[in-house]
Design a protein around this ligand. Structure first.
Ligand code: NDP
Length: 297
């Protein structure tokens, strides 16, 4: 049977953004209003600066309004909470994203939970996490949502369905692992969540028809941990030095895993580009729900 299909996350993300751009045009024509996303960044973490810049550019590229609020890392938690309160009340603002990580003197849980859940386009608010857990329609975190879109598309391409498959997610963070597990459970997968205390992780992974790696360790998942014919989604983004040059690698040993996997996401150009595309998707959805417009399919 065929193996080693590379899932084109960058290409899928591009076509999703193209579809979203059409929705934005249609919404403007029908209602004379433009969805607006506000990204807040505190401090000057270089990786966060890059993400925020690219979020702003992508937002504008599909015709939406983008605002970026840059605050110094001396900002107090109260000042940030006040800003969020102002943005919550501002009817022009449809989506609010506070870039993580926040400086150490702030509680990210407290800050995220200050965002109006209807404007929480990252889907990290406890209300949105709770809706996902009980199967209500809410805002779903971008990286797991994008990962699910790629999985569904890969399954479709092989005349396959996700229902009934053994899914193993390595990682249990609130932003990736846990919501990914909820999404796959909602797809009728049999879901295992593995983490740093899991025993015999290699064996757990070898049972996976769907393996999602969200660990944050370069090439941590060895090729021979991958079941023959599995779908592999590599969420990891790790910067390593190779031959004196900086390079991005995933949590999966791609070269070792590729020939065993039926389909696998590369790093870069896999899950990464889907995250921002899903952020735009969530902002349009939030805009429509706030204005009681039907959410475009
Ligand atoms: P976290 O650090 O929050 O979580 C990592 C998880 O991996 C934890 O649950 C941890 O277990 C588990 N883990 C760590 N070491 C081991 C081990 N030796 N064996 C088994 N499990 C282990 O990371 P995130 O979830 O935020 O991110 C995961 C990766 O995804 C990172 O590389 C990050 O850069 C990337 N990422 C990519 C995004 C994208 O846009 N593509 C977006 C967000 C993240 P425990 O809970 O027991 O500590």
């Amino acid at each position: 049977a065929e193996r080693g299909n590379i899932i084109d996350g960058a290409g899928y993300a591009k076509s999703l953004r193209d579809r979203l751009a059409v929705h934005v045009t249609n919404l403007k024509e029908a209602h004379g209003q433009t969805p607006c996303l506000v990204v807040v960044i505190v401090g000057d973490d270089p990786a966060s600066q890059v993400y925020v810049k690219s979020k702003g550019e992508m937002t504008q590229a599909i015709g939406m309004e983008s605002r970026t609020v840059r605050l110094p890392d001396t900002t107090s938690e109260d000042e940030l909470l006040k800003l969020i309160d102002d943005l919550n009340r501002d009817n022009v603002v449809n989506g609010i994203l506070v870039q993580l990580p926040l400086p150490k003197h702030m509680s990210s849980l407290k800050v995220i939970d200050a965002i109006n859940p209807d404007k929480d386009v990252d889907g990290f608010h406890v209300i949105n996490a709770g809706k996902l857990a009980v199967g209500l329609d809410g805002i779903v975190p971008c990286t797991p949502l994008g990962s699910l879109m790629l999985l569904k598309d890969a399954a479709l391409a092989h005349g396959d369905t996700l229902a009934g498959k053994n899914a193993v997610i390595v990682g249990r963070s609130n932003i990736v692992g846990k919501p990914m597990a909820q999404l796959l459970l909602n797809q009728d997968c049999t879901v295992t969540i593995a983490h740093s205390k899991t025993k015999d992780l290699a064996e757990v992974c070898r049972a996976a028809d769907i393996l999602v790696a969200a660990v944050g360790r370069p090439k941590f998942i060895a090729g021979d941990w991958v079941k023959d014919g599995a779908y592999v989604i590599d969420v990891g983004i790790n910067r390593i030095e190779l031959d004196g040059k900086g390079k991005l690698v995933g949590d999966v040993d791609f070269d070792g895993a590729k020939d065993r996997a039926l389909a696998i996401t590369p790093v870069p150009k896999g899950v990464g580009p889907m995250t921002i595309a899903c952020l735009l998707n969530n902002t349009i959805k939030a805009f429509c729900l706030q204005n009681h417009f039907p959410v475009p399919e």
